[in-house]
Design a protein around this ligand. Structure first.
Ligand SMILES: [Zn+2]
Length: 274
């Protein structure tokens, strides 16, 4: 496995971070694992979102531990409310704490953008693709959630266009990261999904990420699909880092929807401008 993410451990909490982002000194970026938290059962142990089978107090403690490891406060974090849309929200200091210290006032938000330092963007994952963006020129960031539905609607490109509109970002300046998600070998999809992809991508494009599998099934490589989308939107290939980690192959380390048949907790991606 080739990875472009560094292994970190602070205050007993292991997490991954993109080396390319770390090298700029402009951001704090992280992706959580299952380890280091207080949740139990199938949410063991670092679960970040409420399910019927986890105690809200456990989840609150997990956030406090992660915030501590990243040397921030939970009142700096801003949460998404993901429903497989391509809706993005620009946030700033006024939105800090929404979803943690204040009730979340929005729904159907699958990505966040900001150019304000100290605002930590947070999004949830358990197989879908985390997309991290940094504009080192205009000092702006974005974090988005791209499952198969988001990928069909080119969430990566939608996010880049929003950064262009809000901050004047140029795609050729951007650094991007594809976080831990389900790999092409693990992700079998059916004809319904393949048909949705066919409606938005050419046969030539699809060859790069959708391979024939069992009869009437396909193997969908979401990291490759998202890399293609970001390259077509203008990000140079060597500006795109890949975690190389599969949440399903490594389900002992990450929460995986596919590996657990839905009985799983939530991982988080974190991104903040210094
Ligand atoms: Zn895998």
């Amino acid at each position: 496995m080739h990875t472009q993410m560094r292994e970190n451990s602070r205050r007993g909490i292991p997490f991954l971070s993109f080396e390319s982002f770390d090298q700029t000194g402009l951001t704090v970026n992280a992706f959580s694992t299952r380890e280091g938290g207080v949740s139990s059962g199938y949410c063991a142990s670092l679960n970040f979102r409420g399910t019927m089978d986890d105690d809200p107090e456990n989840i609150a403690e997990n956030y406090r531990r992660m915030a501590d490891a990243l040397s921030v406060s939970i009142s700096q974090m801003v949460l998404t409310q993901q429903t497989h849309t391509t809706n993005l929200l620009r946030v700033g200091r006024e939105e800090m704490g929404y979803g943690l210290t204040k009730p979340l006032p929005w729904t159907d938000i699958d990505g966040l953008v900001t150019n304000e330092p100290g605002v930590m963007l947070v999004a949830f994952f358990a197989d879908c693709v985390p997309l991290y963006f940094l504009d080192p020129v205009h000092k702006a960031i974005a974090l988005s959630h791209s499952g198969w539905r988001g990928s069909v609607c080119r969430m990566g490109e939608v996010t880049i266009k929003r950064m262009q509109k809000e901050f004047g970002s140029r795609p050729e300046d951007l650094l991007a990261g594809i976080g831990p998600c389900i790999c092409g070998k693990c992700y079998e999809v059916d004809e319904f999904v393949a048909e949705r992809i066919r409606e938005s991508f050419s046969e030539e494009e699809m060859k790069a990420f959708l391979l024939p599998g069992r009869p009437e099934h396909y193997q969908l490589d979401l990291p490759r699909m998202n890399r293609l989308i970001m390259k077509q939107a203008g990000i140079p290939d060597d500006h795109i880092s890949d975690s190389g980690h599969c949440t399903c192959c490594e389900s002992d380390r990450f929460f995986s929807h596919r590996a657990s048949n839905g009985k799983r907790g939530n991982l988080c991606a974190f991104l903040m401008l210094n």
